[in-house]
Design a protein around this ligand. Structure first.
Ligand code: ATP
Length: 247
């Protein structure tokens, strides 16, 4: 049994007439890496935004550390990487990191050491003094990830952190995430890269507005009688489509 650190209870979210989340219950246990997967438009980012209090659900309650969101004090304990980058284009990578370190009240030598560390994790050390306006899309994603990693976060929430990242660096980033998990950080990560889902402790599969499966990768593969999380995903999606046809 694990303590749940993030808890979504009976969450329903609509945008106009479209119901994106239907009565979702989702508990994120402490000290684990949870992968949230689902087709494009399934509502993964919406779940993340509801967790962070950036979207308000139509029904249901979300808590982090047993407290309701939004809550500014709690945000200081959470590292968040959004799907779109919130970077200052006219500043350098280092200046962006410095700005966010200040926001997180990380000061002096500790800030400098952390900036060095997080930029090395995402392989940006040599580009740190270039302006962000000259960065490629992938470099901007990496800088956003470095920013999310700043500080001693109890929770990391990462929306597609490895888009535009090559396989070798992706491996390095996952090594860092597992390292942070081993030190007690709880990590919720959305991904389209099914190989990455294999590296998580548990995978939640979001389909048709609901979490239809949630278990560790090997149990999921066993339940669906397939050899990869990609095949779990494809089989679940095919089953869902079949159900929709006969409905
Ligand atoms: N602010 C909004 N207003 C209207 N519709 C929205 C809004 N935010 C999300 N949606 C819709 O809700 C659905 C879920 O979007 P969301 O971004 O959560 O999906 P996702 O699973 O994260 O997709 P992707 O993998 O492509 O990032 C989509 O159909 C999207 O168009």
């Amino acid at each position: 049994m694990y303590n749940s650190i993030i808890s979504l209870n009976n969450i329903t979210k609509k945008f106009g007439k479209q119901t994106v989340l239907r009565n979702v219950n989702f508990q994120v246990p402490s000290g684990r890496i949870i992968g949230l997967i689902g087709p494009s438009g399934a509502g993964k980012s919406t779940i993340i935004k509801i967790i962070l209090g950036m979207e308000i659900p139509d029904r249901g309650v979300t808590t982090i550390f047993n407290q309701k969101m939004p809550n500014r004090k709690l945000l200081g304990r959470i590292g968040y990487m959004a799907q779109s980058d919130a970077l200052y284009e006219q500043l350098t990578g280092r200046e962006n990191l410095q700005f966010y370190a200040d926001m997180k009240e990380i000061k002096g030598r500790v800030a400098q050491e952390q900036i060095e560390h997080v930029s090395s994790v995402v392989d940006l050390v040599k580009d740190l003094d270039k302006r962000v306006s000259g960065y490629s899309g992938g470099m901007k994603r990496r800088l956003s990830l470095a920013i999310a990693l700043l500080g001693s976060n109890q929770i990391l929430i990462l929306d597609e952190p490895t888009v535009g990242v090559d396989p070798a660096l992706r491996r390095k980033i996952w090594w860092e995430l597992q390292n942070l998990r081993n030190q007690g950080t709880t990590i919720l990560v959305t991904t389209h890269v099914m190989d990455e889902a294999e590296l998580t402790d548990d995978v939640a599969l979001l389909l048709g507005g609901q979490i239809i499966a949630y278990n560790d990768p090997s149990s999921l593969k066993q339940a669906y009688q397939v050899n990869s999380i990609e095949d779990v995903f494809l089989k679940a999606e095919a089953q869902q489509n079949e159900n929709n046809i006969y409905r």
